[in-house]
Design a protein around this ligand. Structure first.
Ligand SMILES: [Fe+2]
Length: 206
């Protein structure tokens, strides 16, 4: 069985940007439900849980074709939510460590421009989905939107930061004002964690 990602903060730690009620519903109900459904369908398929979750995307053909889309949906739901929850912290520390800081400037010109492009990209997403900062196989940093529970791993990219823009992520706090939610999310980004993930990828690719 895949085990749940444990939040690194209390349910009320992200207030006022993200309310306790939203974290309660989002983490304890939505996320844990994706995990429960994923484990159930994998068990039904006699899966041995031999891959880390992130590697299951590229090994999806071990399952019968009829179950692949359902597995990918719940797997994406688990992996995307874990990335989203780990992308935030309560310290509201916007200082970006190296090497991420330099590489963001290299790619986007400056940090303000990166933030603006992230905001624009996430605001332009139609329907439900996520905006990711991901690393391409050539190590280039890249912003992309994906619908529903699709993951960058499906496209040979490794995500290091994500915002969930399904309505359940913000509706209780911001109603239909998605742009305001994205602006507030940008204040919560845990760049220490994003940089840690980035360094791990750079190390692996060497
Ligand atoms: Fe969500």
């Amino acid at each position: 069985m895949y085990q749940p990602y444990i939040l690194k903060y209390d349910d009320d730690s992200l207030e006022p940007e993200i309310s306790k009620k939203t974290v309660e519903i989002h983490y304890h109900r939505h996320y844990l439900n994706y995990l429960k459904n994923l484990n159930e369908i994998l068990r039904k398929n006699n899966y041995f849980f031999q891959y880390p979750k992130e590697e299951l995307f590229e090994n999806i053909d071990i399952f019968p074709e009829a179950d692949r889309n359902t597995i990918l949906f719940h797997l994406g739901g688990v992996v995307n939510h874990e990335l989203y929850f780990s992308s935030m912290n309560k310290n509201k520390n916007l200082k970006i460590p190296e090497p991420l800081h330099s590489h963001l400037i290299e790619k986007f010109g400056n940090i303000e421009n990166f933030m603006n492009q992230f905001l624009e990209r996430a605001s332009s997403l139609q329907g439900s989905g996520y905006t990711f900062l991901a690393v391409k196989p050539n190590q280039e940093l890249f912003l992309l939107n994906l619908p529903n529970q699709e993951s960058p791993y499906l496209y040979q990219m490794q995500p290091i930061l994500a915002i969930d823009v399904w309505e359940h992520a913000y509706y209780l706090d911001y109603y239909n004002n998605r742009k305001k939610y994205i602006e507030e999310f940008l204040k919560l980004i845990n760049f220490t964690e994003v940089n840690r993930k980035y360094q791990e990828i750079l190390k692996k690719e060497k």
